[in-house]
Structures are given as C-alpha cells and as structure tokens.
Design a protein around this ligand. Structure first.
Ligand code: LLP
Length: 434
C-alpha cells in the first residue's frame, strides 16, 4: 500500500498541524495561486547539494545538475548560486541554462540525437564538452566546428554494458543493446577517431547507466570498464584527457521502504575512479537534487464509489504528474490539513485519480487516506523531479504554476498557463486559404 516520506523542508506545524514548505503553509500558497500548483523548497535543494558536495570532498569533481529533471528557471538559479554546472540534452535546455545565468563553460551537452542547429548553438556558446553518442555524431560535430573555425571538446559516451536494477526498465540506459552510448567494443575506435579529426579534441570519457541507482556494484562495474578504456588508449589519445563523466542516477526514496543510496559508497567509487585515472570527475545528478524538494498541491473535486472502489477525484492528474501512470511510480500523498485522530482510525483505502479522460490517469492507487472530502487539499510528494518537465496539455489542460519557497517567503517562478497560451501557436485556417 505504501506510505509517504516527508523531508525536513516539508513539515507539519502550527496549531492544526498543517503541512508547510519551510515556513510557508501549503494552504496559503494554494489559496493565493490556486491549484494545482507545484511548490519547491530552495532549502531542500541546497541541503541535497551540500550533502553530495560533502560526500565528494577531497575528490576533484564538478556537479553538473541534469536539467531534464526540473528545468524551471527558478530552480536553475538556486543551483547556479550553489556553484553547480549543468548537464543538458537539447538546445532548449541550453537556452534555459544561459537564461538562468550559466555560462558555456558550465555546460556539458549530452543526448543521443543532437541536431546540427543544436550542435552549432552549443559550439558558439562554448560548452565545456559534448558527450558524443555515435561515430556519426562525432563526424557531424567535427564538420560543424570546422565551418566555424572552432575546435570542439568532446567526451565519448561509452555504453559499459552492465545490467542495473532500476525500478523500471525505461530508466536503464547502460545495458547491452540500449540506444545510449557507443557499444563498448567500438568505443576505443571512436575515441581514436576523435584524436584524428581536425576539429574535435578528445577531453573525456563518459557513461550514464540508469536512473534510481541504489546498489553500487553494477555502477562500479560500469566505472571499472570505463577506467579500462582509459588504460587502453595510447598516450597520444590521452594527451588532452581531463574529464571522467560518471553520469547521474543517484536514487532518492519515494516511500519509507525504498532502498536509500549510500553516499559514502558512491563517493568511494568516485574516489577510486579519480585516483586511478588521474582525471577530474563530472557527476550529473538530477533527481537526487530536486525530487524530494517538490510537491504537487491539488484540490479534491469529488468522491465517488464504483464497483466497490473508492475514488478521490483531484484537480491534478497524469497531465501534471505522469510518473504514476507511465512507470507505475509511487508518490506519497498527504492531506495538507492534518486529519483528526478519529478520522485517521477510520481511514479509507482509495484511488486518487485525475480529471483526464484516460483510465490510466491516476496519482496513487490503493492508498489509505483519512476522510478526504471535496474541497480538501492534497500534497503529492516527491514531485520536484520529472514532474512539471513531463507535463502535457492533453485534454487542453493548462500547465500549472511553479512556486519557489525560501524560508518564510514564496513566489511564483512560472505562471499558470492561460487559455491564450493554449492556442497561441494555432490558426483556424492554414495560411494558403487566406
Ligand atoms: N545524465 C544523463 C545522460 C541522463 O540521461 C540522465 C537521466 C541523468 C544524467 C540524470 O539522471 P538522474 O540523476 O535524475 O537519475 N523520467 C524518468 C527518469 C529519466 C531519466 C533520464 N536520464 C523518471 O521519471 O523516473
């Protein structure tokens, strides 16, 4: 049935034990901004960043936050202030990173399908390096750099071909036959090619094996294979090597029973990798930094019973948070106002579903929730990562606002979409008929 995890930045306090984000009652945000609404805690992001930084102390490294997890400019600015770099996978993410104040040198450009315009933009922005995922991409970068008279710094993303046991097969990326990275037995040849092409410079090697990693053994096997490759390269190919990018994937708990990542064990792997390669590490965490720094606040619209099942129908659903529907992911659900003891004792088992016209539109299944009534507010937990960024306009729903909390203050960093936003790019007749 699962339960929920409240981090230090989301606590119950005050007379009626209402749920707060730092010093701000979630109910106040909902009243001011409306629902559904994403609420992020700056303090929680800082805490996670400092935790990771602390674990990696003494190891030459830089944390490049994986923008895909949460690309809100407000969140990016918090991470920039902390000194993070970014890991991006599109021209759109580059645009956001630059707007948030990152410079080209703060940026690592990953992704399996970079287009020519995206590569050009990144070259001109002076990104720290490209993580190259195929020979074709390497040649494209070389040709585009040559047009601009530039030398492109590249790292080879190697597929170390190890099996990781993430909760869902869609979040495994470093297994044999996956679309990501260069197959292990071709990686050396592509790295050598990088040293021969005139307009690229081989500055690193890279891997990313998956997301929600808790066990370090498969990860360490991947790292070992990457290190083997460094050893294999002839010294002329190693001349400009500076970076060893170990990817992201550090897990966070979504449920009390979830395995926790052992940061000490992770740091030990990182330390050994840095020592034996003599290279500086790049780490690309996304979820670890932001997942538990966010909640989705939604209001209950209706309750109904159907076929012996109790449904709580909320004003948010798969359009705001796709993860339960797409990965069968567990997200904790908390009432924003604390229920009274008697209500807790008589809690019902319910499905919390959204208003979208899909049977797969749910936020939580078979959850014990104390007397939830229409009008009540619910907080869907762990909604800081892969939530807003995966939101859609299905059913012509407007994307919700994003609110950033810092101490006792809160502010909207993304407005709720308007009706005009929904149709802004459309016309009723194609231009040729006018
Ligand atoms: N680096 C690369 C190259 C990646 O592909 C990813 C995530 C990361 C870093 C960051 O991984 P993280 O530290 O956040 O685990 N939508 C899925 C997650 C997809 C992750 C894709 N790649 C979800 O909601 O669970």
């Amino acid at each position: 049935m699962g339960s929920s995890i409240l981090t230090a930045s989301f606590r119950r306090s005050g007379e009626n034990n209402a749920l707060h984000c730092e010093g701000v009652p979630l109910a106040r945000i909902a009243e001011t901004v409306g629902t559904p609404v994403f609420v992020y805690s700056s303090a929680e992001i800082r805490l996670q960043y400092e935790k990771l930084k602390g674990a990696l102390e003494g190891i030459p490294h830089r944390i490049h936050y994986s923008v895909k997890a949460n690309s809100s400019l407000g969140v990016l600015a918090v991470l920039r202030e902390l000194g993070a770099g970014v890991d991006i996978v599109s021209g759109g993410e580059l645009h956001r990173a630059l707007l948030a104040g990152f410079t080209g040198d703060d940026v690592v450009f990953s992704g399996v399908g970079k287009t020519a315009p995206e590569i050009r933009e990144a070259l001109r922005a002076g990104v720290r390096f490209f993580n190259v995922e195929s020979e074709g991409e390497l040649r494209a970068i070389d040709a585009l750099a040559s047009e601009d008279g530039l030398i492109a710094p590249v790292a080879i993303r190697v597929n170390p071909e190890v099996d990781v046991d993430t909760p869902h097969e869609y979040t495994r990326t470093g297994g044999r036959g996956h679309k990501f990275g260069i197959p292990y037995d071709e990686a050396e040849a592509v790295a050598l090619l990088a040293t021969e092409l005139a307009n690229v410079r081989l500055v690193g090697l890279d891997m990313h094996v998956g997301s929600q990693l808790t066990r370090m053994e498969p990860y360490e096997r991947g790292v070992a294979r990457l290190l083997d490759l460094v050893e294999l390269l002839p010294s002329r190919a190693r001349a400009d090597l500076r970076w060893l990018d170990l990817g992201g994937g550090l897990a966070v708990p979504y449920d009390v029973d979830d395995d926790k990542v052992d940061l000490g064990a992770f740091a030990a792997v990182a330390r050994r990798a840095a020592r034996s390669s003599g290279l500086e590490l790049v780490i690309e965490p996304g979820r670890f930094l932001v997942a538990n720094a966010g909640v989705l606040v939604t209001r209950v619209l209706y309750r109904k019973r159907s076929g012996g099942k109790d449904y709580v129908i909320a004003d948010a659903g798969m359009t705001e948070l796709l993860r339960p529907s797409h990965y069968h992911a567990h997200h904790g659900v908390e009432r924003v106002e604390e229920p009274h003891r008697a209500e807790i004792e008589t809690a019902d088992v319910v499905d919390v579903v959204g208003p979208v016209c899909e049977s797969g539109d749910f936020l939580a299944l078979d959850r014990k929730l104390a007397s939830v009534e229409p009008g009540d507010l619910l907080a869907i937990l762990s909604a800081g990562a892969y939530a807003y960024v995966m939101a859609s306009n299905y059913n012509s729903r407007q994307k919700p606002p994003e609110v950033l909390v810092d101490g006792n203050r809160f502010g909207v960093v993304t407005d709720r979409e308007t009706r005009d936003d929904l149709t802004r790019l459309e016309r009723t007749v194609p231009a040729w008929r006018e």
